[in-house]
Design a protein around this ligand. Sequence first.
Ligand code: ADP
Ligand code: MG
Length: 239
Amino acid sequence: MFQEPVIRIQNLSHYYGQGVLRKQILFDINLNIYPGEIVLMTGPSGSGKTTLISLIGALRSAQYGSLNVLGQELVRASQSALVKIRRKAGYIFQAHNLLSFLTAQQNVEMAIKLQAHPRHVERQAQNILKAVGLGHRFHYYPDNLSGGQKQRVAIARALVNMPKLVLADEPTAALDKQSGRDVVEIMQKLAKEQGSTIVLVTHDNRILDIADRIVQIEDGYLFTSDPLQQSAKSLKQSS
Ligand code: ADP
Ligand code: MG
């Protein structure tokens, strides 16, 4: 694991609100995430998980400290730098966010067409839908798919461009046990095949075993078991 981290977070703090309403939400977060790792982030509701993952995904502006994602510093970054990172990451949310007036295949095709040089649009969309087990549902609209099937279309859409980084915020929250398990296993398999790094927020403890590492957020503080950071600490202590 002596590679450059895909995500390097140093002393990251975040505040919401202005004036007397200003409130600190994240406190001095430090975390390195390495290529190909699957990191699960857990913690109570309101502890700052969505805030942190949306900062990593460049969906909101980072304020204090340092946040380096795919080689780009995001603290006080320009809007165009943020957009560049957004285009490089794949996102999966709790609500699937599919467009209801497009079929499963068209939802996936749209993600391909947003790329600079889309190629083999139809074939790529169909292949990834087959990979998530929806080879028989290409032309179905979201309303005619089950919760688990919709979430699998969302995974197909997030992974079709082979992003180096996949960010998922409670992707199994709305699913029953078996569908939840299925969707994370599909994510895990596809991401391993593509060499992607996954950061997945969850408080579904039925899926914790897919993680290479689990980090915990409580009241805006992150607790980690980063092996490199721990060995650095024990080196310091023993010297
Ligand atoms: P989690 O995902 O762990 O439930 P969030 O990151 O969504 O936590 O929220 C952390 C805290 O920040 C909560 O107290 C929440 O009310 C607050 N918060 C979230 N989004 C905003 C916002 N846009 N403006 C002000 N406060 C917010
Ligand atoms: Mg949340």
